[in-house]
Design a protein around this ligand. Structure first.
Ligand code: KIV
Length: 276
């Protein structure tokens, strides 16, 4: 085995993230491509190759159509340019809800073919058993409770969770079962602040909120939402940039230059050198 290079940067691991419970906030963003992962790596503790890639980059109406191959391809891109952040890849709809053995085979493919350190699953009632099966066999798992985008066809729409007492109790129980099964942290999506705080107190691994208030141990946003790439963003997103506007302005300036024959100019042109 070759000696560890001295300048090698150690990636954060599942135990590092789990140890942040109640400590420094865990900073997470989604990443799907090599250049964006390279930029985010320095500032994030955890990069999630979310199945939101289907909606954000591929124009799908929801995440149900996302495939294992898509997740592996984007996971590979993110791993190539990130060095420090922990990288987690989402298991897509249909790849883990059936037999535990199938979930394990698919999770192993993701870990082996991308080099990422963990997978994420949406933790419906039957999933904690699968999480325990994966963790016991060496696959770190991030859970996901509350609004579960992959359940959109059952729920009928993307709806916040915990509006009734029954539903609140169900979400807390799912979060507890997910943590008890061995998940190293749990995404909590689309719940009111009181419920987010209750879940955060109830489990002993970090909660990572999205639309779930400051009552969580960490936060995650879809990067493209926070960069302002879409003309609509949900209430819980803060826009830190207006890339949609910037891209539109740049494209219009380029088109104007091409039409006016200002681009390319001499500085952007190769000239043949004469041999003497
Ligand atoms: O797919 C995704 O990007 C996610 C996050 C929004 C948590 O699951």
């Amino acid at each position: 085995m070759s000696a560890q290079r001295e300048d090698a940067v150690r990636r954060l691991t599942a135990p590092d993230i789990a140890a942040r419970k109640g400590g420094d906030a865990v900073v997470c963003l989604t990443a799907y491509t090599a250049p964006v992962a390279e930029i985010l790596d320095d500032v994030c503790d955890l990069l999630l190759v979310g199945d939101s890639v289907g909606m954000v980059l591929h124009g799908l109406p929801n995440t149900v159509g996302v495939t294992l191959e898509m997740m592996i391809l984007h996971g590979q891109a993110v791993m190539r340019t990130s060095r420090k952040a922990m990288v987690v890849v989402d298991m897509p709809f249909g790849s883990y809800e059936g037999a535990k053995e199938t979930a394990y085979a698919n999770a192993v493919r993701i870990l082996k073919e991308t080099g990422c350190q963990a997978v994420k699953v949406e933790s419906g009632p039957t999933i904690p058993e699968t999480i325990a099966y994966l963790v016991r066999r060496g696959v770190p798992v991030m859970g996901h409770v509350g609004l579960r985008p992959q359940a959109v066809n059952v729920d009928g729409a993307f709806r916040a969770k915990g509006r009734t007492e029954d539903e609140r109790a169900r979400v807390v129980a799912e979060a507890e079962a997910t943590a008890d099964a061995g998940a190293f942290c749990v995404v909590v999506e689309g719940v009111a602040e009181a419920l987010a705080r209750e879940i955060t107190q109830a489990i002993d691994v970090p909660t990572i909120g999205i639309g779930a208030s400051a009552g969580c141990d960490g936060q995650i946003l879809v990067t493209d939402d926070m960069l302002g790439l879409f003309d609509w963003t949900p209430k819980f997103v803060r826009r830190y940039a207006d890339l949609r506007g910037e891209i539109g302005r740049a494209a219009r300036a380029y088109a104007d230059d091409v039409r006016a024959r200002r681009f390319p100019a001499a500085a952007e042109t190769y000239f043949a050198k004469l041999k003497v």
